[in-house]
Write a protein that binds this ligand. Structure first.
Ligand code: NDP
Length: 444
C-alpha cells in the first residue's frame, strides 16, 4: 500500500482514535517522499506494520480506597514496536487516559527512541486512575493492583516502563516493588527508579534539561544567546520544573508556569527560591499553582494557558494539544523566535503549520523531549552492568545525545533556503532506522 492509502485505511479502521490518527498523519505526510524512494518498503507493507502496534493489553484494575469502597479503573500497555530494542515508554495516570492517547504516545515513542541512537523499541501504558487527592496508601494499593496484571507482560529485555503524567518517583517505586515481588527478580525492569535501588542520577532532570540542550543547539544555528530571553513554560510537573531550573542557571527568565487550572505570570522572571517553592508545592504538598500566585502576589490567569504573554521562547511541557492555532498566532504576533516541546504533541496540527510557515525554530517533542528516555536507556545500561555513573558522566552523555539528535534533524530536515524543518528531520531520521531494522527481520 502507498503511504497515503495506509492513512485513509487507518482512518476508516480507527475512527474513534483522534490522537492516534493525528500522530500517524503527521508522520506519514512528512516521510512520504523518503518512503516512496524505497519500493521495497511498499512491497513489505512496512508503513502499515509500523503504524499498527504489535499488541495491546487492556485490563480492569480493582482496588480498595481508604473508605473501603471498591474502585475499578482501566489499565493498558501498548507494545508498539520492538525492532530496535525492548519496548520502552512511560506509564501515564490521568483521568483522560484511553486507548487512543496511549496509542499515539506509543507510536511517537517508537520514533523518539530510534532518534536517541540507543537500542530501545517503543511502548506506552497507563490508566484512567486519577492520583489527584488520593492518599499515599491509595496510590500504593492502586499501583500494586495495576502491577498484579501488568507484571507478566514486562521484563528487563521485554518491555521496560517508566514515568509520565501522574507517575513520578513515588509511583515508579511502588510499581517496581510489586514487580520485584511477583517476578522474583531485581532487574532494571522500570526506569526512573530511586537512586537506592538502581535509579540513574540525572533521570528526574533529564527531560527538562534535555529540552534546554536541544533548544541551545537550535539557537546556535542562528547565533542567538539564551541569556536574558523570556521563556513561557506550561505545566509545573517533572518536565516543566527541570526545564525552568536549567533555564535559570543559564540566565534566561521563566515568565510563566501553569497547571490544569491556570497560569502564573511573573514578567521579571521566576527566582530560584520561587521555583523551589513550586517544586515543593507540586511534589510534597500536591497543591495547585494558584497557591504560588497567592504566596507571591503575582498575576494569575484562571483557567487559561500561558500563550498570550509576551515571550521570546515557548516550551509547552504539560500535555497533548495544549497549544492551538490561535495560541500559535498570538505567540508569533508577540515575536516568539523558538518553540521547543517538552510535552508530547502539545501543538495542534494548525499550530505546527503556523510555526513551520513562519520559519521560527520549532522542535517537535519527539526530538526535543527525548532526553528523558535517553537517560532511561542509560539507566538500563547501568542496571545490566550493575554499575552507576556520576551525575557529570550522565549529564555529559545526555548533552551529547541531544546534540546528535539535533544533527540528525538537520541532516534530514534542511530546506533549500537553509532553514531546518525539525518535524520532517525528526520523523525521517527516526523512521529510517526502524524501517531498516524491520526490513532485516522479515515479515513477523
Ligand atoms: P507531571 O505529571 O509531572 O506534570 C504534568 C503537568 O502538566 C502538571 O502541571 C499538570 O497539571 C499539567 N497537565 C496535565 N494534564 C493537563 C491538561 N489536560 N491540561 C493542562 N495541564 C495539564 O508530568 P510530566 O512533567 O512527566 O509530563 C509532562 C509532559 O511531558 C507529558 O506530555 C509527557 O508525556 C511528556 N514527557 C514526559 C517525560 C518524562 O520523563 N516525565 C519524557 C518525555 C515527555 P495538573 O497538576 O493540574 O494535572
Amino acid at each position: 500500500m502507498k503511504a497515503s492509502e495506509v492513512l485513509s485505511d487507518l482512518k476508516r479502521r480507527f475512527p474513534n482514535e483522534p490522537e492516534y490518527l493525528q500522530a500517524v498523519e503527521e508522520v506519514i505526510t512528512t516521510i512520504e517522499d523518503e518512503y516512496n524512494k524505497h519500493p521495497e518498503f511498499e512491497r513489505y507493507n512496512l508503513i502499515e506494520r509500523l503504524c499498527i502496534p504489535d499488541r495491546i493489553f487492556s485490563f480492569r484494575i480493582s482496588w480498595v480506597d481508604d473508605k473501603g469502597n471498591v474502585q475499578n479503573n482501566m489499565g493498558y500497555r501498548i507494545q508498539h514496536n520492538n525492532a530496535i530494542g525492548p519496548y520502552k515508554g512511560g506509564i501515564r495516570f490521568h483521568s483522560s487516559v484511553n486507548q487512543s492517547i496511549l496509542k499515539f504516545l506509543a507510536f511517537e515513542q517508537t520514533f523518539k527512541n530510534s532518534l536517541t541512537t540507543l537500542p530501545m523499541g517503543g511502548g506506552k501504558g497507563g490508566s484512567d486512575f486519577n492520583p489527584k487527592g488520593k492518599s499515599d496508601m491509595e496510590v500504593m494499593r492502586f499501583c500494586q493492583a495495576f502491577l498484579a496484571e501488568l507484571w507478566r507482560h514486562i521484563g528487563p529485555d521485554t518491555d521496560v516502563p517508566a514515568g509520565d503524567i501522574g507517575v513520578g518517583g513515588r509511583e515508579v517505586g511502588y510499581m517496581f516493588g510489586m514487580y520485584k515481588k511477583m517476578a522474583r527478580e531485581h532487574t532494571g525492569t522500570f526506569t526512573g527508579k530511586g537512586l537506592e535501588f538502581g535509579g540513574s542520577l540525572v533521570r528526574p532532570e533529564a527531560t527538562g534539561y534535555g529540552n534546554v540542550y536541544f533548544l541551545l543547539n537550535m539557537l546556535a544555528t542562528r547565533g542567538i544567546d539564551i541569556k536574558g530571553k523570556k521563556v513561557a513554560i506550561s505545566g509545573s510537573g517533572n518536565v516543566a520544573t527541570y526545564t525552568a531550573k536549567k533555564l535559570l542557571s543559564l540566565g534566561a527568565k521563566v515568565v510563566t508556569m501553569s497547571d490544569s487550572n491556570g497560569t502564573i505570570y511573573v514578567p521579571e522572571g521566576i527566582s530560584e527560591e520561587q521555583l523551589e517553592y513550586i517544586f515543593k508545592l507540586k511534589n510534597i504538598y500536591r497543591g495547585r499553582i494558584k497557591e504560588f500566585a497567592e504566596e507571591y502576589g503575582c498575576e494569575y490567569f484562571d483557567g487559561e494557558r500561558p500563550w498570550k504573554v509576551k515571550c521570546d521562547i515557548a516550551m509547552p511541557s504539560a500535555t497533548q494539544n495544549e497549544l492551538d492555532g490561535d495560541d500559535a498566532r498570538m505567540l508569533l504576533e508577540n515575536g516568539v523566535i523558538a518553540v521547543s516541546e517538552g510535552a508530547n504533541m502539545p501543538s495542534t496540527p494548525e499550530a505546527v503549520h503556523q510555526f513551520l510557515a513562519a520559519k521560527i525554530l520549532y522542535a517537535p517533542g519527539k526530538a526535543a523531549n527525548a532526553g528523558g528516555v535517553s537517560v532511561s536507556g542509560l539507566e538500563m545500561s547501568q542496571n545490566s552492568e550493575k554499575i552507576s555513573w556520576s551525575a557529570e558522566e550522565v549529564d555529559a552523555k545526555l548533552q551529547s545525545i541531544m546534540k546528535n539528535i539535533h544533527e540528525q534533524c538537520v541532516k534530514y530536515g534542511i530546506q533549500e533556503d537553509g532553514t531546518v524543518n525539525y518535524v520532517k528531520g525528526a520523523n525521517v531520521a527516526g523512521f529510517m532506522k526502524v524501517a531498516k531494522a524491520m526490513m532485516a527481520q522479515g515479515i513477523i
